[in-house]
Design a protein around this ligand. Structure first.
Ligand code: ZN
Length: 208
């Protein structure tokens, strides 16, 4: 909703620095692939699989690459997640960004959980593009809501931030603990959302 506002874009030195960090990280990932591949081959064998059968020949390498990709949210910072763009805007009405798709790996079982993030904040002269949240690495919904809220808080110094995640946990769905279509809801409220029940209510109504 607010991803397209026409404020002045600020390209921070921090962003440039973080991009350099990212390419260093890529080289490091590459150098770790052989060890990861060996580890996955060993996991498959311990699970009773024949790793020489055709379908599994390249699986350890593929799994290693996939896992690096799926956990890369770990190396990304909130500034990447926030779309690299912070805008100056002179209003202080609640900004709501609803239904941002997210996926992550449950840090307890390494099984995916996925769902949607809803974010609300009351700006303090700064707003941010929040369209693509996507992959967020190893985590857990409660920790994620906190990380996102803290990140926005740090980047924008708003008067308050509210983050709600509705997620389906495959580890619970597959074990029958959670139904396929049910969602676990977690939230973090900071600043005015914590202090003022009315603001919190307004946010919760608007994301419904
Ligand atoms: Zn789990």
């Amino acid at each position: 909703m607010n991803g397209h506002c026409t404020g002045k874009v600020r390209d921070s030195a921090a962003t440039v620095h973080l991009k350099r960090e990212t390419s260093r990280k890529e080289a490091e990932d590459e150098s770790r692939l052989p060890a990861l591949e060996t580890a996955y081959r060993s996991i498959l064998r311990e699970l009773g699989e024949d790793t020489d059968r055709e379908g599994l020949l390249r699986t350890p390498l593929r799994a290693a690459k996939a896992m690096q990709f799926l956990t890369k949210g770990y190396h990304e910072t909130i500034y990447d997640i926030l779309n690299d763009a912070i805008f100056d805007e002179d209003h202080d009405e609640m900004v709501i960004v609803k239904d941002i798709d997210m996926f992550s790996l449950c840090e307890h079982h390494l099984v995916p959980f996925f769902g949607r993030v809803h974010i609300g904040y009351i700006p303090n002269k700064k707003v941010v593009g929040l369209s693509k949240l996507a992959s967020l690495g190893l985590s857990y919904p409660h920790r994620l809501t906190k990380q996102i809220a803290m990140g926005i808080s740090e980047a924008l110094q708003p008067k308050g931030v509210a983050v709600v995640i509705e997620a389906a946990h495959m580890c619970m769905v597959m074990r029958g603990v959670q139904k396929m279509n049910s969602r676990t809801v977690t939230s973090t409220m900071l600043g005015i959302y914590l202090e003022d029940p009315k603001t919190r209510e307004e946010f919760l109504t608007l994301i419904r």
